[in-house]
Design a protein around this ligand. Structure first.
Ligand SMILES: [Zn+2]
Ligand SMILES: [Zn+2]
Length: 161
């Protein structure tokens, strides 16, 4: 059996035990921090939920929840350091190379307007839902901390053109 002392700690989200991660990974429908599959299909740039990740440079930006550190991880690094369970959900949690906190870094996405990289609320709510045993990953308002734009609104407006 798992030792719960090895539970994941996420800033502001409390602890996530491996059991919960497992349970959550089974039932959650996804959202933001996605790698690999789905978004490749959208590379045409329809501007659906979140811009498609850019696979041409094959790096992903991660942000630590415990310190301000932001860093790039290659696809290889992500695949190597992410549990198969999370990968199956197109999600990833990495250790922080700066402050050393385990499992404290979530993937960011760029603001479609100013390019500021940050953890989208959908990503946070996805991990919250894992913590709560899966179920709802409620979409929340997505305001860019860089330029203050309402990202969902931004996409809506752009689609109208
Ligand atoms: Zn850190
Ligand atoms: Zn912005």
């Amino acid at each position: 059996m798992f030792n719960t002392k090895q539970g994941l700690k996420l800033g502001g989200l409390g602890r996530i035990s491996p059991e919960v991660l497992f349970a959550g990974a089974l039932g959650v429908v996804i959202v933001a921090s996605l790698i690999l599959t789905v978004y490749a299909a959208f590379s045409g740039g329809s501007g659906a939920v979140g811009e498609p990740l850019d696979f041409t440079d094959s790096t992903f930006t991660f942000q630590c929840l415990e310190c301000p550190h932001q860093f790039e991880a290659s696809t290889d690094q992500v695949l190597t350091h992410t549990s198969p369970l999370l990968l199956r959900e197109h999600a990833s949690i990495l250790d922080c190379p700066e402050c050393g906190t385990k499992n404290s870094c979530l993937m960011t996405q760029p603001c479609p307007k100013c390019g500021h990289e940050y953890i989208w609320p959908q990503t946070l709510s996805f991990y919250s839902s894992l913590q709560q045993g899966g179920g709802q990953a409620l979409p929340t308002e997505n305001i860019c901390p860089g330029c203050g734009v309402d990202v969902d609104e931004f996409y809506r407006a752009r689609r109208k053109r």
